[in-house]
Every structure is written in C-alpha cells, then in structure tokens.
Design a protein around this ligand. Structure first.
Ligand SMILES: [Fe+2]
Ligand SMILES: [Fe+2]
Length: 301
C-alpha cells in the first residue's frame, strides 16, 4: 500500500524540510492583505462555473447581479466550512503536540501548522466580514459533531480527514487564484492559503501511509468507514442551503436543484480528484465506505 518504488523519507526529515520552508516563506494575513481596499464592482467571488446552480433553470433566471451575489454567498459558505475544518484541525494538532516530544521536528512542525491554521481562521473570518455575508458554517448538528471529533480522531482516518479538509478547498482556490475576473481580496486569500496548505498537505500525506502500515485489516475497515463518512459530510456541507436566500430562492428548492445539477456534481468530482486518487492508492477507499463515497459525488464518474 505504501510507495515501494522509493523509500519514504523519515518523519523527522519531512518535518525538517517543512520547518525550513516555513522559515523561508510564509505570510501574515494581517499585514499581507490590504483590508482597507474596497471590493471591485463587477468582479466575481467564485468562478461562475463552480456555482452550485450553474447551468440549471434557476441559474438561467438569475440576473448577472444576482449571479455575482450568489457567488459571494457560496464563496463565504465554503470559507465558513473551512473555518469549521481548521478549528477541528487545530485541536488535533494540539493533541499531537501534547502527546509528542516538543524537541522533535515533527511536533515543532505540528505546532507551526497550528499557528498557520490559527492565522487562516482569522483571515477567513475577516474575509467573510468584508464580504458582508452571514457566517454560514455547517448546520448546528454538524457543528456539534465537529466539537467531539478531535477528541476521538486517530490513525489513518484522522490523516485522511485532514487531507480531505485541506485538499478539496485547495483545488478550487488554485483555480480562482489564477483568474483575473475574481476579486483581488479572494485571490490574495487564496494565494496565502495555497502556499501554506501545500506544506500541511505534504505533512499529512507523509503520515497517512505510515499510519495505514501500522493498522490491522479490521482496523482499516473501521478507518475506511470513518473516512467515507467524513468525506460525505464535507462534500454535503460546502454550500449551506441558506445561501440561496440571498437571491430570493427557496433554500429547499435550490438545494434540490444543486444536488441534481450535473455541473455541480462535476465540480465536486473536480474538488475530490487529487485526494481521492491519493486515498485510493493508500488503500483508504473501499468497503465498507464505498457507498458513502459514491453519494458524496467525489469519486470519478
Ligand atoms: Fe488553512
Ligand atoms: Fe492546513
């Protein structure tokens, strides 16, 4: 299940490299983003084709202004789910540090990542404040579940969950950071996040195969089930249905239209493409989790 072509670099080697990369390049969103700059009229908040209703009859009925407005609320919704994920991740990283050796590069990098996630959470919070939308977040039931998860998270499903939370938003951020039709604020937030998340993703990607190798067959089935459940929850909660109210649509009707929308399903597949391939390679996608993975629309068609 692990990559046998080349020996995987050791835990301390990976953490050392990531610590050096952090020292060479990282951001302070407080200083590196011009928070006083106004939003640019007419520029988008997400790519139109990534809007959950893009291509539907409901979309056709929206004016260009309404499409921009919905994109703003969907962008804020994804960022608020990002905040939820980062709040959980910070607690997982604090748990790793508490149990580990603070003299090791591994724990020092976990703490470095925690500090970056802390700044990201504030950055996303300020961005949502700037957009003037509600702080949507997942529904209360899911928010409450997230409060309990870090205490129980361990092993392969913990690393897989971290990667699902980091790699899906990363796909969308990379796409829009490169697009000049998008608001400069969103693009700068994306650029900061992409650079720092690349290190976080390397950290978790190095840990997952080690963790899988230490897990029994029965244990792996458990971790596959937990991972599939987590992937389904993340994919289902990127867009809070309340966003549709911003353009006068009934959340239930619009949510149903989004879930049936082939463009939105393709968007979810695009979001899942890299992490799904990695998890499949690591043996983390399979029974008993496969049906939930299918329902999440993250698997290739
Ligand atoms: Fe982050
Ligand atoms: Fe991260």
């Amino acid at each position: 299940m692990t990559n046998t072509r080349m020996p995987a670099p050791g835990r301390e080697t990976v953490a050392d490299r990531l610590l050096r990369s952090t020292a060479a390049r990282s951001y302070d969103p407080d200083l590196d983003i011009d928070w006083t700059a106004p939003l640019v009229p007419g520029k988008g908040f997400i790519l139109e084709r990534r809007c959950s209703l893009y291509g539907t009859t409901l979309w056709e009925r929206l004016s260009p202004e309404q499409r921009l407005e919905l994109g703003k609320h969907e962008g804020a919704s994804v960022a608020s789910t990002g905040i939820w994920l980062e709040l959980m991740l910070m607690r997982i990283l604090a748990k790793l540090a508490y149990r580990g050796d603070p003299v090791s590069a591994h724990v020092q990098y976990a703490l470095t990542e925690l500090a970056e996630e802390c700044r990201h959470t504030i950055m996303f919070g300020r961005m949502i404040e700037q957009l003037g939308t509600p702080m949507y977040g997942p529904p209360p039931r899911i928010w409450a579940l997230g409060n309990r998860l870090p205490a129980f998270a361990y092993g392969p499903s913990m690393w897989a969950a971290i990667l699902i939370g980091e790699e899906i938003p990363d796909r969308f951020q990379r796409e829009q950071a490169a697009d000049e039709s998008i608001q400069p604020l969103m693009r700068m937030v994306n650029r900061i996040h992409i650079l720092e998340e690349a290190r976080h993703i390397s950290f978790a990607r190095a840990e997952l195969p080690r963790s899988v190798a230490e897990t029994s067959r029965a244990g792996l089935a458990y971790h596959r089930a937990v991972t599939a459940r987590f992937a389904f929850i993340v994919a289902s909660n990127l867009i809070n249905p309340l966003v549709y109210r911003s353009v006068g649509l009934d959340p239930r009707v619009a949510r149903a239209a989004a879930l049936a929308n082939p463009h939105y399903k393709a968007t979810l597949r695009f979001g899942g493409e890299k992490i799904v391939a990695f998890l499949q390679d690591a043996g983390m996608i399979g029974l008993p989790g496969t049906p939930l993975w299918r329902r999440s629309h993250l698997l290739p068609a």
